[in-house]
Write a protein that binds this ligand. Structure first.
Ligand code: AGP
Length: 614
């Protein structure tokens, strides 16, 4: 199966100029990454489709003389999966009778079988996409006397895979019909207008009232509202959520890039993540997380996640094992789901995901559900699949993260893990865990994170020297070595610089052979007991022509004497929080190196924000 990155979906029906609205919505979804874009709108009883390979301005350029004055449109930005990024393969796609036009996010797994069946019945296809096949399936079902809603319902029963499908029709030009299974779809309710998108930020300028469409639901959008039914055609009640995010939180807010904005938001993110979660006795207060009987019976934690969230999971293991003495394993979700994991009934599975839609993580969650293992999520996006599917979920409250490179979500995930560790210590009545001291340190963290931002000047100086680096090592020991993994991922994905990450003590077991002039190391050195050993590691690097950017804490008088570049972080009473703070200079380094090298920071090549299909 191929890897697919989420596409952008937009739709509008109401009094405004619909094409302007859907273009604006797509623009707000640009962070997803895409290689082509298209729009379909209803005009004088006809469906007009325009689509182009390339960025959105290739498409909007086709309407340079002005957008049509129409009141219903759907639009799509595509990341190629089935078929190259060409005009033909871009969405929307017509059915075989040109009665309907559809856009789609996801993968129709049985599309080849369906295509063969349809071809036998006379269908001719203009593209290589699975989406066009889905359009033809709907076309088949959309016979005389059948309503579009019913045709979509019948069609989706024939589809296997993930989809958010959005359909418009010549015969019913006043409505948009959509269906969802495993790919996100959000409906926005306005005054006399209704809209949809694949993600909430696209709707925020228009409405705060949203419905997160559930799996196996069909929705019909009219200007006056929405009707949601299940696959049996039964109408279901809907409860809109009120989204109180500030619109500017989903926009750049004066920063050159979302990534920089999100790095600088971290002090506030820590505050938000802690909000209401530490009581006035200095105890952690996590609502809706399992209680004492569950934790007393849990003998192993299994953490499953991808990418940055996986790195947060490693910090979770560090905390749970070091402070709770609770055996914890961390798995890449893509390995876990196919690895036939050993799970006892007393295991508890913890899923970490910013988006809550990552396909591998979701599949791993389903595997644990099938094995009847308790599941707990740490998720940023409320209403996302993982947030809804887990038995219990802790929302990280980091606000929308737009930049493809995850920054503030990592910090929030680690804070949530610290809170969870404290919650377990409280429930299990473990006096050895200094709960009140740690919560006090947590409450001080926003201020320390703010001071950590002062490192930016030194980081820019180091980035200028590292512009032509052949290779950058990311080293540390203990928790510093874990955060270093995340620092290395940032540099790779944003600045396209090759990195080698390893615990510092491993260097002489092999990686040291790579060190020569032009090679740098970023060294996490926040743990005071390890400094002498790290000083030796720095010298090993330097003796072979390497240079070192060391991240240490105030009061260290050893490392600053020897490293070429030094960042001194303010000191927290909890050493693992010092290690967490060290991610800030590492994120800033990736950002400034990428900026100096002219990289596309918010949308790095080959990557996009959410990986919703395997
Ligand atoms: C991080 O910068 C990446 N964008 C990526 O590794 C990401 O963390 C991963 O795809 C997991 O996403 P999730 O947290 O939304 O599940």
């Amino acid at each position: 199966m191929c890897k697919q990155i989420m596409c952008g979906i937009a739709g509008y029906v109401g009094p405004r100029k619909a094409v302007d609205v859907v273009f604006d919505q797509l623009k707000r979804l640009e962070y997803r990454g895409y290689d082509s874009a298209g729009v379909a709108y209803l005009e004088n009883g006809d469906i007009n489709v325009l689509k182009r390979a390339g960025k959105l301005n290739e498409l909007t350029g086709l309407m340079a003389d002005g957008t049509p004055n129409v009141h219903l449109a759907i639009a799509h930005s595509r990341w190629a999966t089935h078929g190259a990024p060409t005009d033909e393969n871009a969405h929307p796609h017509f059915d075989q009778f040109e009665q309907i036009s559809i856009i789609h996010n996801g993968i129709i797994e049985n599309y080849l079988d369906l295509k063969a069946e349809l071809a036998q019945q006379g269908s001719e296809f203009r593209s290589d996409t699975d989406t066009e096949v889905a359009a033809h399936v709907i076309g088949c079902e959309y016979t005389e006397g059948v309503a579009l809603e019913e045709a979509v319902r019948r069609a989706v029963k024939r589809l296997r895979g993930a989809y958010a499908l959005v359909v418009v029709s010549k015969r019913e030009p006043e409505k948009i019909v959509c269906a969802r299974n495993a790919s996100p779809l959000v409906i926005g309710l306005g005054e006399g207008e209704t809209m949809l998108a694949s993600d909430i930020p696209a709707l925020l300028p228009y409405t705060r009232s949203v419905i997160i469409l559930e799996d196996d639901r069909i929705a019909v959008l009219l200007p006056e509202g929405v009707r949601v039914t299940n696959l049996d055609g039964q109408e279901l009640p809907v409860t809109p959520l009120h989204i109180d995010w500030d619109v500017s939180a989903a926009e750049k807010g004066g920063y050159e890039h979302f990534m920089l904005k999100e790095i600088h938001e971290q002090p506030e993110v820590v505050r938000q993540c802690l909000a209401g979660r530490v009581d006035d006795k200095g105890r952690a207060r996590l609502d809706n997380v399992f209680g004492q009987s569950v934790w007393n019976n849990t003998d192993r934690i299994v953490i499953v996640a991808c990418g940055t969230s996986y790195h947060a999971g490693l910090m979770g293991k560090y905390l749970f094992e070091k402070l709770l003495r609770l055996p914890t394993d961390v798995f890449h979700a893509s390995e876990f789901r196919y690895g036939d994991p050993v799970l006892s009934p007393n295991s508890l599975a913890l899923f970490i995901s910013q988006s809550g839609e990552t396909a591998d993580t979701l599949a791993a969650l389903k595997l644990c559900q099938a094995r009847r293992i308790r599941t707990l999520g740490i998720v940023n996006v409320i209403g996302s699949s993982i947030a809804r599917e887990c038995d219990r979920t802790i929302i990280t409250q980091a606000g929308p993260e737009i930049s493809v490179a995850s920054t503030k979500a990592f910090t929030a995930q680690v804070i949530a893990l610290v809170l969870l560790m404290l919650h377990v210590a409280q429930e299990k009545e473990m006096p050895g865990v200094r709960v009140e001291e740690i919560t006090r340190d947590l409450l001080e963290l926003p201020e320390l994170a703010q001071r950590a931002m002062l490192a930016e000047g030194e980081i820019i100086r180091a980035a200028e020297k590292m512009r032509d680096a052949k290779l950058v090592f990311f080293l540390g020991r203990g928790a510093d070595a874990l955060v270093a993994l995340e620092g290395a991922l940032k540099l790779k994905e944003i600045a396209y610089v090759a990195t080698q990450e390893s615990p510092a003590g491993e260097m002489k077991h092999g990686p040291l052979a790579l060190v020569e002039k032009g090679v740098f190391a970023v060294m996490g050195a926040t743990e005071s007991e390890m400094r002498e050993k790290l000083a030796s590691n720095i010298k090993e690097m330097q003796a072979r022509g390497g240079q070192v950017l060391a991240i240490t804490t105030e009061g260290d008088d050893l490392i600053p004497k020897i490293a070429e570049f030094v960042v001194r972080l303010p000191k927290s009473g909890s050493e693992f929080l010092n290690a967490l703070l060290s991610i800030i200079p590492m994120q800033l380094l990736a950002y400034h190196l990428a900026r100096l090298n002219g990289c596309e920071i918010d949308q790095p090549r080959n990557l996009a924000k959410s990986v919703t299909v395997e």
